[in-house]
Design a binder for this molecule. Structure first.
Ligand code: ZN
Length: 373
C-alpha cells in the first residue's frame, strides 16, 4: 500500500488529495491539526484513502441528525427515517393501492411543475418514490413530464426489475435506486435538467456556499459527480461518494438529482438550486463579486438545518471552515474574517497563516510592480 507524506500542508484541498491518488497513494500522512476542506473529504471517501496521523479537523463528515428537534420545527418536514417494511401485498396491489394513488397524483403535479419551469425537456427527467422497503414507484420512459397521468406509473424493485405498471420504466431508474440503497431515509428523488444548475454541471463547477440562506439551509454545498453514460448502472454508481451528505448532486455534462422525504420537497430542491445558480449568473453580469454571509451567521443556518434533519457535510466543522467558494478560491476553504477560535493551532491561527500568506504575496507583487514603473 503506497503511503504519501503530506505533513507539510496545513490545509488540504480536494486537488491536493487527487494529486496524491493519481500518484498511486492509498494512505496519506497528515500533520496534527491539518484542515480538510469539504472537497478533500469527498476525495477521501471516493478514493477510499486512509488518513494516517489523523488529528485533522473537519473529518467528522457524517451528519448528526436530530430528529426530536426536527419534529419541533415546522419550516419543512424532516427527512426522518422512513420506517418502511416489506409488503406482503402483490405488486399490482401496491401500485394500485389508495396510498399509491395519492403519491402518483403528487408525482403528476410535480411533473407539471418541472415542465412548466423548464427543468425538463422532451421526455427528459424522472421522478420516483419509495413506497415500501423494496418497492419504488417511477415514471415511464418516453413521456413528457407535462403529460403524466396516474395510469402511467411503473413499480420496480431495488434492482430495477419492473414488477407492475403499464408503461416501461425509465432507464434512469438505476440512478434513483442508488439513492435509496445508499441513503435509507430517502423516500423520493427527482432527476431533471434545469438550465442554470446544468450550466454549472457542464462547466465542472459547483456553486459557492454562504451567499443565500435558502440555498444553504435546504440544499447546502452541492456535489458534482463525474460523467458516465446516462441510464447505465455505472452512471448510477457515480453518486455513491456524495449522496449521503448532499441532497442535491450535479451530474457532470448532464443535469441534477435531488432526494428528500417527499416528492414535493425533492422538487423544491430543484427549484432552490436552479434559482440560486441563476441568481449567481445574473450577479456575475454586474461585474463585482458577491458578498458573503459571515461564518458566525452561517453556523446559525447550519443549526437550523440540523434541526430540520437535512444532511450537510459541514456539520461538526469549525466556523472558519463553513464557507467554501470553489469558483474563486479553487475549492479552498478560507476565512474571510478573523475566526473566534483562539486555541493554539486552531481556526484563528490558520486564518492568520492565510492572511500572512496573502499579505506576503501582495507585498511581493507590489514590490515587483514598483520595480517596473
Ligand atoms: Zn437526464
Amino acid at each position: 500500500m503506497k503511503r504519501v507524506d503530506l505533513q507539510s500542508y496545513k490545509l488540504l484541498t480536494g486537488k491536493n488529495l487527487e494529486a496524491a491518488v493519481s500518484a498511486g497513494a492509498r494512505e496519506v500522512v497528515v500533520s496534527d491539526g491539518v484542515v480538510l476542506t469539504p472537497t478533500a473529504r469527498d476525495v477521501i471517501r471516493r478514493a477510499g484513502l486512509t488518513i494516517v496521523g489523523n488529528h485533522a479537523t473537519g473529518t467528522t463528515a457524517q451528519p448528526a441528525r436530530d430528529s426530536a428537534s426536527a419534529r419541533a420545527v415546522q419550516l419543512a418536514p424532516p427527512a426522518s427515517s422512513p420506517n418502511l417494511s416489506k409488503s406482503s401485498r402483490s405488486d399490482e396491489a401496491i401500485l394500485n393501492s389508495p396510498e399509491a394513488l395519492v403519491i402518483k397524483e403528487e408525482m403528476v403535479r410535480v411533473g407539471k411543475k418541472l415542465w412548466d419551469r423548464q427543468y425538463v425537456d422532451g421526455n427528459g427527467g424522472n421522478i420516483t418514490y419509495r413506497i415500501t422497503e423494496d418497492r419504488v414507484i417511477c415514471t415511464p420512459t418516453l413521456l413528457s413530464k407535462a403529460d403524466l397521468t396516474v395510469e402511467d406509473f411503473c413499480l420496480v424493485d431495488l434492482e430495477g426489475n419492473q414488477l407492475a405498471g403499464r408503461g416501461k420504466r425509465t432507464s434512469e431508474v438505476y440512478l434513483h435506486l442508488q439513492v435509496y440503497k445508499t441513503v435509507p431515509e430517502a423516500r423520493a428523488a427527482v432527476h431533471a435538467h434545469p438550465p442554470h444548475a446544468t450550466a454549472y454541471a457542464i462547466s465542472g463547477r459547483v456553486p459557492p456556499t454562504c451567499v443565500i440562506p435558502e440555498q444553504d439551509v435546504f440544499v447546502g454545498s452541492v456535489a458534482i459527480s463525474p460523467y458516465e453514460t446516462p441510464g447505465t448502472r455505472e452512471f448510477a454508481k457515480t453518486i455513491i461518494p456524495y449522496v449521503k451528505d448532499h441532497n442535491t448532486i450535479l451530474l457532470a455534462n448532464h443535469g441534477i438529482i435531488c432526494w428528500a422525504d417527499t416528492v414535493t420537497h425533492a422538487e423544491w430542491y430543484v427549484e432552490v438550486v436552479d434559482t440560486y445558480c441563476r441568481t449567481l449568473l445574473l450577479a456575475a453580469q454586474l461585474g463585482a463579486g458577491v458578498t458573503r454571509i459571515p461564518p458566525a451567521k452561517q453556523a446559525v443556518l447550519l443549526e437550523i438545518k440540523k434541526r430540520l434533519g437535512l444532511p450537510d457535510a459541514k456539520f461538526g466543522l469549525e466556523e472558519c471552515q463553513l464557507c467554501d467558494q470553489p469558483e474563486s478560491a479553487g475549492g479552498i476553504t478560507v476565512c474571510p474574517t478573523a475566526c473566534p477560535h483562539n486555541a493554539p493551532g486552531g481556526c484563528s491561527q490558520k486564518s492568520q497563516d492565510l492572511e500572512t500568506l496573502v499579505k506576503t504575496i501582495t507585498d511581493e507583487v507590489m514590490a515587483a510592480l514598483q520595480e517596473t514603473v
